[in-house]
Design a protein around this ligand. Structure first.
Ligand code: UDP
Ligand code: MG
Length: 313
């Protein structure tokens, strides 16, 4: 099978019929072999009824329904597990992403050999309250991850099958799939300008918290990527610096008290700073050791991806 189109959705009953029709039109025009995997992330409207009616007559439309709302990341992850196509396309269900882009994305993966092609909504049709923070967010992510793309959170993306089988998307990490892919060793990541349309039906499912959560997730991901398997390297270094600073200053103050007969050392701010930094240093060390213990016992402590083997089973 050439294509798996994974579509997570939450209460998109009005959009789904149009979307499915459109996808089928594009697929048939291009003679693709394909499957559509619809993941219902706990919808409360009539979405699932429509999906059921589709699935009963069309074997290449497949669907999963979550018992409750688990979030877009979980929905994507489940779709990735089930996907069987050589190229996996993800897209939003709200008709903001256009299925017309699929053939070109497919080509970039198959013919140009990219691992991930991320959509870039260059001309966006979203309120300004979303576009400006989004620019900032993308800028920071670009700098921190080193991946030169403009629009990390675009729902429309294409992946080589190996990529989606190798990565796990959890929490709210769907915003960072290119970063996760890169971390897993897939370096051919690029972007393609795609058409973006206004939301025709329904409303956005993410509020303003998305930006705060997004930044927190970025911190988590860059911490986990760099230090997840060796947390002591971060905590140990910060802890040593902090402790050492406090220790040296305290040593100096003690010397000053006894040999230079300075009696007002407790009135000097540096005295308190030194004490606090010694305590913080020890705490950082303890945090580092605990983190090491946790990472030692985690089930994926030795998880790596083997790309090729020679003369081995
Ligand atoms: N979505 C989902 N689970 C959620 C929230 C959203 O599956 O908990 C789906 C939603 O139905 C849509 C896609 O994720 O297909 C993108 O959501 P939305 O259009 O609300 O996001 P925006 O375009 O505002 O970034
Ligand atoms: Mg949308």
């Amino acid at each position: 099978m050439q294509l798996s189109i994974v579509i997570p959705f939450l209460n998109e009953a009005e959009s789904l019929p149009e979307l499915i029709q459109w996808i089928e039109k594009v697929m048939n025009e291009n003679h693709f072999t394909y499957e559509v995997i619809l993941v219902d992330d706990g919808s409360k409207d009539d979405s699932w009824k429509f999906v059921q009616s589709q699935c009963s007559s069309k074997p290449n439309i497949k669907a999963i329904k979550f018992r409750r709302n688990y979030g877009k990341s979980a929905a994507l992850n489940e779709g990735f597990i089930k996907a069987e196509g050589d190229v996996i396309i993800t897209m939003d269900a709200d008709l903001q992403d256009s299925p017309d882009e699929i053939p070109a994305l497919y080509k970039m993966i198959v013919e140009e050999g990219y691992d991930v092609v991320s959509g870039w909504k260059k001309k966006r049709h979203d309120p300004i309250s979303k576009t400006i923070p989004s620019k900032l967010f993308n800028g920071v992510t670009r700098r921190m991850s080193g991946i030169k793309i403009h629009d990390f959170n675009c729902g429309l993306k294409a992946y080589r099958k190996d990529v989606v089988k190798a990565i796990e998307v959890y929490g709210e990490m769907h915003r960072y799939i290119p970063v996760i892919a890169r971390w897993a060793g897939f370096t051919k990541i690029t972007e393609k300008e795609v058409v973006h349309r206004e939301r025709k039906y329904g409303t956005t499912k993410f509020g303003w918290e998305r930006f705060i959560n997004g930044f927190l997730d970025l911190l988590t991901i860059s911490f986990v990527t760099r230090f997840g398997k060796k947390p002591m390297h971060l905590f140990g270094m910060l802890g040593s610096l902090s402790f050492l600073f406090g220790f040296i200053v305290t040593g100096y103050l003690t010397y000053a008290k006894f040999f230079m007969l300075e009696f007002h050392m407790t009135e000097r701010p540096i005295f308190y700073l030194a004490l606090v930094s010694m305590i913080i240093g020890v705490q950082l060390f303890v945090a580092g050791f605990l983190a090491e213990l946790i990472s030692r016992s985690s089930h994926d402590r030795n998880h790596y991806l083997v790309e090729k083997q020679l003369n081995l089973q």
